[in-house]
Each structure stands twice: as C-alpha cells, then as structure tokens.
Ligand binder design. Structure first.
Ligand SMILES: Cc1cc2nc3c(=O)[nH]c(=O)nc-3n(C[C@H](O)[C@H](O)[C@H](O)COP(=O)(O)OP(=O)(O)OC[C@H]3O[C@@H](n4cnc5c(N)ncnc54)[C@H](O)[C@@H]3O)c2cc1C
Length: 527
C-alpha cells in the first residue's frame, strides 16, 4: 500500500478513535476480499476498510471521519446487486456496510406504516409483520432473504415506489435530514409523501449518489381478502404481452410472470428440501381441507406437466389476481382465462403461481443449476410499445448465443408486469465461469463445482454481449432500475436535465465522496 494511502487510513483510524467509533472499522483481509466484488463485477480496487455502524446515528460520524480523511465512500447493504453499485472505483475507498442496522418498528402511533433501518431485509420485515394481516405495499425481490428494503429503494423497483413515504438521509458531510412529511415534523409521518417538491423521490433509484439512507418509512396494506390464480402456456413472449394488455383495464391487482421454455429457473434451482418447504407453505396457507387437497393434486399435476413434451417449447405464464372484492379477483381470472381461450393458449396448473405468491425468497438463483455464473439485464417498456418487442429481443439473444457458442453460454428470458401499463423484460446469461467468495458464501454447495471447462466464455465477453443487448433495448425505448454503474443514465439525459442532475450532486456532495462514478457522475467536475 502506498505511504500516502497508509497515512489516510491512519488518519481515519485516529478520527474514529476521537469520536469513540474505533471498533466500527474492520480491515480483516477475508472481509475485504468478500466486499471487492458483487454478483457479477470484480472491482479494480480492494476497499481499504469496511465501516460497520451498529446504530443509525453512527452513520453520520463515520461518514464525517471517512470524508475528512479524503476517502471515497461506497455503501453496501445486502450486497446482492450486479450493477457495480457499491464497488470501489479508486485505491482510497472504504465501504460503509449497513447490514447490521436491522431495526424494524411501527411508525409513531400507526399500524400501517413501518420504519425500517437500512440493513433490514425483506424476510425480516415479513417476519415482523407475521400474523398482523398486513404486508408492505411494494413487491419484494426474489433475493429478499438477504437483500434489503433500503437497497431496493436506492436502486429502484419497477413498480409501487409510492409506498416509500419518507426517508432519513445522511449527507456527504455527515448531516442528517428527512424527506416526506418528516421534513417538517419528525413525529407526523402521514401516509402522504409531504408538501412541496417530492424530496423522497430524489433518493429513490439514485443508487446512493445523493446521500446515504439511514431509515425508511414504508406504507403497509392489508393482505388482499381474495386471490385467484391462473396459468397458461404461450408460444412466444409477445403472446404474454397481449394477455397483459387484456388485464390492464380491470380493477384489482395482479402479478403476471412469464418464464421461457427453460422453465421456472428459480424454482428448479432450489434444492429438494427448499422445494418441499415452499410446497408446505402453499398448502398450510389454504383455508380449508378441501383446498389443501386440491392444491396438493395441482402440485402433482404440475410435476407431470414439467415432463410433458407437448409443452417443451412453450413459455409458462403464471398470474396472481388479488383484490379485497371477490368479484374483482374473479373478473381478473376470468379475463385471463377468456383471453387465453380465444387465442388458443393451453391452460396449465396454477401451482407455480401459488408458490410465487408465498414470496419464495431464494438466493440460489444467483448461480445456474450446475452452478454456472448468472447475469441478467433488463428493460422496462410501456405495453403500448409491445409490437414485436419480444420477438426482436429473442432474435438478438439468439444471435448472441450463436456468436458466443451455444455450448459456452445459455440465454434465457423472464418477463414480469411492472404495474398495469409496463412490462419488465429480463434476458439473462448463464456460463461456466469462475466463482467468487460472494457466490460461495450464499451457495456453499457450489464448492463441489468442477473448475470451468476448456475455453470458457470470459466475463468480458458476457459483459460485451450484455452491453449490445442493453443498447438494443435502449434503442427500443427501455427504461431501467438498478442503474448503478451498469446502465447508461447521464449520457441518455437531454443536456438541460443532465446539467440539473450534476448541479444537484454538486450541491449535496461537492467533494464527490459518495459513490464516485455512480449514474455516470464520474469526475469532481460532475459533482
Ligand atoms: C438470486 C437473486 C435474485 C434477485 N431477484 C431480484 C428481483 O426479483 N427483483 C429485483 O429488483 N432485483 C433482484 N435481484 C437484484 C438485487 O438483489 C436487488 O436489486 C436488491 O434490491 C439489492 O439489494 P441489496 O440490499 O442487496 O443492495 P446492495 O447490493 O447492497 O446495494 C445496491 C445499491 O444500493 C446502494 N445502497 C444500498 N443501501 C444503501 C444505503 N443505505 N444508502 C445508500 N446507498 C445504498 C448501493 O451502494 C448499491 O449501489 C436479485 C439478485 C439475486 C442475486
């Protein structure tokens, strides 16, 4: 380590000593090695140290000490992103690890708003709400057993972000401020986002460029009283999009997933015991013995369906319809069924939809069935733009597969509705690559994997292929969440908006201390 860098680290340690936080710095080489990569990217620089606050009010002083030592700060929560969002960009970076901040409580005098600390996971929130009849009014990612609500807020989710009511933000100089209605009165977080410009929105999807999240106030909603499930097989993703268009005008909520013929990747990568547990959760959720027996029968038929060769080239569509009103839930299911019947889509059993409804968190999907590496890319498109969208992307994916060699890379595609009028399309690559400590930490069974075969495809080739695909999606009008350092943002803005974002960053982080380079804000001049 260069002498000047050593000096900076010592300055940090001294500053922490002075504020009584010297136990919050960790320089264990194994931890630094675990934190120098995410699910896909390997950082060019290892962090100098990891700062681990144990209370939210420690974030401010830790940030002040690191900034005062002229160190860059990256924030890591669950660490399960693949956008390079928390990786050091220079040799003088520390990582602020918020994963120990797991507190969850109801907001002052309410039972329909929770306050979650930056490291609280979706699973912890589900456990907290267990038996209350309530759930967060935004959908959790599949990675929710490890990934955090804070991480999802900072990266953005494709829908439901109106459920984030207020935020506690720590600025680059260590000062703490609140957004939403908390900006005026720290006791009154109403279910309304607050007066004046929407400051909460500024810190959603900014990937940590504008400040550090300490706590978030999240709206809850009652579990819907009525649910219906529907599933069918379609021949191509564009047929699924036509089903979404048919559902969009109806009241009630729905989540509709479409998996390519490679089948439900997530469910099939789960181990036997995990599948059994998930199945048991579905059955235990049934309100009477008849439903339990019917559901068990469906599961058995689903297993048979997976072996049905007539379905082997088809895409599985799995829809969860929800409402507090029985008629609305029924109407959604009926509309899906009528649309499928009129277009000749074959009905499937609904077990997969029922399983998806139990929020089957699993991080096993970060690797393929044979522990291949995995990298998805996504685009969010308006349904109105759907003409041949699926076919165009499938062709591009096929070209990539041919270019890289079908024996070296597997390509898949997953689609999910993003609210009522948008769809998220997620092509993904699987290849036989080197595994990192993060993969082995979360999938220890992958230790048994044999080393990559001869001439494996390299991460660089995968990255180039992904870039081509994202450029194509962008040319078709895609928008993205999880921007981090892996999607174009700044360069896609028109010049006036670009200037505004730069001024904003400069205003809140004049030294470009926080996550330099994130969102394309690369230099001090940007900041
Ligand atoms: C198997 C698997 C399944 C997945 N499924 C989904 C899915 O269904 N839907 C989906 O959207 N994503 C999914 N993801 C991607 C990822 O898990 C999510 O995007 C998740 O929300 C990231 O949260 P995290 O806590 O891991 O954040 P991290 O990876 O730790 O951080 C993400 C970004 O947010 C910033 N950040 C985090 N916390 C803070 C904070 N307190 N202050 C400032 N900045 C902060 C980081 O700097 C980084 O830029 C999946 C990933 C895996 C591996």
């Amino acid at each position: 380590m260069p002498e000047a860098t050593k000096q900076q680290l010592q300055t940090l340690q001294q500053a922490l000593q002075e504020v009584g936080l010297h136990r919050r710095i960790n320089t264990d080489p194994a931890l630094l090695a675990l934190y120098d990569h995410d699910v896909f990217f390997q950082a060019a620089h290892r962090p100098l140290a990891v700062l681990q606050p144990r209370r939210c009010d420690e974030i401010g002083p830790l940030v002040t000490c690191a900034g005062g030592s002229e160190l860059s700060i990256e924030v890591r929560a669950g660490g399960l992103s693949y956008s390079g969002g928390y990786l050091p960009q220079n040799a003088t970076s520390v990582i602020l690890d918020v994963s120990l901040l797991n507190g969850i409580d109801y907001a002052h005098q309410t039972t329909d708003i929770v306050v979650v600390e930056a490291g609280a996971t979706w699973q912890q929130l589900d456990d907290f709400l267990h038996g209350s009849g309530m759930r967060p009014a935004l959908s959790a990612p599949f990675s929710g057993s490890v990934s955090t609500i804070g991480g999802a807020i900072r990266q953005g989710l494709p829908a439901d972000m109106h459920a984030v009511l207020a935020l506690e933000i720590i600025a680059a100089d260590g000062t703490v401020f609140h957004t939403g209605s908390l900006a005026t009165d720290a006791l009154s977080c109403s279910a309304w986002r607050g007066q004046g410009p929407d400051l909460t929105g500024l810190f959603i999807g900014d990937c940590g460029a504008l400040g550090i999240l300490g706590r978030a106030w999240i709206k809850l909603e009652p579990q819907p009283l009525h649910r219906r499930f529907f599933a069918c097989a379609v021949n191509a993703p564009d047929e699924y999009l036509s089903l979404l268009e048919a559902l969009a005008p109806l009241p009630g909520n729905y989540r509709a997933y479409c998996f390519d013929p490679g089948r439900s990747k997530n469910l099939q990568t789960q181990g036997f015991w995990q599948q059994l547990r998930t199945g048991a959760r579905v059955l235990l959720g049934k309100s009477n013995p008849l439903q339990t027996v019917q559901s068990a029968g469906q599961m058995f038929r689903t297993l048979l369906q997976w072996r049905d060769t007539a379905l082997s080239g088809t895409w599985g569509v799995h829809v969860i319809c929800e409402s507090h009103c029985r008629q609305e839930a029924n109407a959604l299911e009926r509309r899906a069924a009528d649309t499928a019947a009129s277009r000749g889509f074959r009905r499937l059993t609904t077990s997969v939809a029922e399983v998806l409804n139990t929020r089957p968190y699993s991080v096993r999907g970060m690797l393929g069935r044979r522990y291949e590496r995995w990298l998805p890319a996504h685009g969010i498109f308006p349904l109105a733009a759907r003409r041949k969208l699926g076919a165009t992307l499938l062709k591009a994916l096929d070209d990539i597969r041919r270019r890289l060699g079908p024996e070296r890379v597997e390509c898949h595609m997953l689609l999910i509705n993003a609210g009522r009028h948008h769809v998220l399309i997620e092509p993904m690559f699987l290849w036989d690559g080197e595994l990192y400590p993060l993969h082995l930490k979360h999938c220890p069974q992958a230790e048994q994997k044999s080393p990559p075969a001869n001439h494996p495809v390299s991460d660089t080739e995968i990255w180039e292929a992904r870039k081509d695909l994202v450029a194509l999606m962008d040319s078709l009008g895609a928008q993205h969440v999880q921007l981090g350092r892996s999607y174009e943002y700044l360069s896609r803005l028109n010049p006036v908006t670009r200037r505004l974002i730069r001024q904003l960053k400069r205003g809140v982080d004049p030294g470009n201390t926080l996550a330099p380079g994130i969102l394309g804000l690369t230099t001090k001049e940007d900041a």
